[in-house]
Structure formats: structure tokens, C-alpha cells
Design a protein around this ligand. Structure first.
Ligand code: ADE
Length: 227
């Protein structure tokens, strides 16, 4: 997969994309990530990428020209252009799975200000990472990128991806490691039994129990009679 990110603050990406799973996925060629400063595309003699809003009002508005030119220079037939914005569709694991099947993502980040409304016409999708406002789309784009890359074949142990939170709209089951007793709290006996069929069933029931307790909104009326 190829991911192009458009931002005015490329240095923000240095740390998050140079460590751990993302770093290894890049090194293994599972993903190619390129960061573009769309200021480099402006035709404004002063290097501006924003201007005051028509009709008045506070703040500045990101202009069409640098963003259209930057996206058009990167866009191919198989590209999906995503705008990071608090007014977009709220992100979840299902969208992450869908996007992980794409070949090329172009992710557009604003900072401080809004986008000229006409920029929406060049985007295929608008995504918000939650109902709160951040200073810019950079952190949201990192969250998007991280959650997608870990789903790409070879990025992480595929077995662990199979049993993680939000698959089947269930949270992950609880896990324990040594010691067997810590401050009087014991590891459930069944996990020490060696009976894998029973352990699987226990874990599944724990997924349902935990989801009911912590995130009942994920269940709707599913599992109503089962636990
Ligand atoms: N930019 C600012 N806040 C945002 C959010 N919640 N999601 C996506 N992009 C944003």
C-alpha cells in the first residue's frame, strides 16, 4: 500500500512513523509513506496557503489551489482521497478494514483553520476520529495510518489480529501473565486447565460479558439471552 499525507507540518510525523510496527512495515516494503508539504505547491508570491473568509468572520481558510495541485499531482485511478475533519464520518475498525484493502490513500490534513468548501469536491471521503476538535488533522491522520497499517498482511502476527477488540463488535477477552497470584488477585482457574476448547468458550463468554459491561452500545440487542 502507498500512503501520501498532505500537511503543513511534516516534522510532526518523524517520531510516530519511525518506531515499532510502522517502522518495520516500512522497512519490509509493506507500506510506502510519503509526507508532502502542500505549501510547496502554492502559486502565491508570498507562499501563503490560506486567506480570510469571504463574508467575514474569524480565522483563516485553506485555499483551493495548493491543495488541488498537490492532490492532482499524486492522484491515480486507484487513489482514495481522504480529508481529516471533525465534521467527517466517525472512524471505527470497520472503516479501517475497508481502507486496508485500498492500494493508494491520499490523506489531507488541515491545521488551525477550515478548508475552502470546494476542496471537498476532490475528496472521496471525510473522516473524523471523534466528536472533539483538535488543532489539526495531523494526529488524526497518524491514528488512521497506524490502524490501517497494522491490518496489512505481514505487519503484525495475523493470529493476534483475528482475536482483537471490535471484531464481531466485541471487545477483546481479558488476558493474564505470571504470577498466578498478584496482591491476592488470582488468574481464573480455567486458563491453567490446559483444556483449549473450554478456554475458547470461556474467552468468548468473557468477550460478551466485558462488552456488555464496558461498551453495551456495540451490542445493540445481540447476545440478549446468552449471558
Ligand atoms: N481535525 C481536527 N479535529 C479533528 C477530528 N476530530 N478528526 C479529524 N480531523 C480533525
Amino acid at each position: 500500500m502507498k500512503i501520501d499525507i498532505l500537511t503543513l507540518f511534516p516534522d510532526m510525523y518523524i517520531g510516530p512513523f519511525s518506531e515499532s510496527i510502522i517502522k518495520r512495515a516500512r522497512e519490509k516494503g509493506i507500506v510506502e509513506i510519503n509526507i508532502h508539504n502542500f505549501r510547496d505547491y502554492t502559486k502565491d508570491p508570498h507562499g501563503n496557503v490560506d486567506d480570510t473568509p469571504f463574508g467575514g468572520g474569524s480565522g483563516m481558510v485553506l485555499m483551493c489551489q495548493p491543495i488541488f495541485d498537490c492532490i492532482n499531482s499524486l492522484k491515480k485511478d486507484n487513489s482514495k482521497v481522504i480529508m481529516m475533519t471533525p465534521s467527517g464520518r466517525v472512524y471505527n475498525q470497520k472503516i479501517a478494514y475497508d481502507l486496508s484493502r485500498e492500494k493508494h490513500l491520499i490523506i489531507l490534513c488541515g491545521h488551525y483553520e477550515g478548508f475552502d468548501e470546494r476542496i471537498r469536491s476532490i475528496c472521496d471521503m471525510e473522516i473524523s476520529i471523534g466528536d472533539y476538535v483538535l488543532t489539526g488533522g495531523e494526529l488524526p491522520s497518524m491514528i488512521l495510518t497506524d490502524s490501517i497499517i497494522r491490518l496489512l498482511p505481514g505487519a503484525i502476527d495475523e493470529e493476534s489480529a483475528k482475536f482483537e477488540s471490535f471484531n464481531n463488535n466485541l471487545l477483546d477477552y481479558p488476558v493474564y501473565t505470571k504470577p498466578r497470584v498478584y496482591n491476592g488477585m488470582e488468574v481464573p482457574e480455567i486458563l491453567l486447565s490446559g483444556n483449549h476448547a473450554k478456554i475458547d468458550e470461556y474467552r468468548y463468554q468473557e468477550q460478551i460479558r466485558k462488552t456488555k459491561e464496558l461498551r453495551p452500545d456495540l451490542l445493540g440487542d445481540k447476545y440478549e439471552d446468552k449471558v
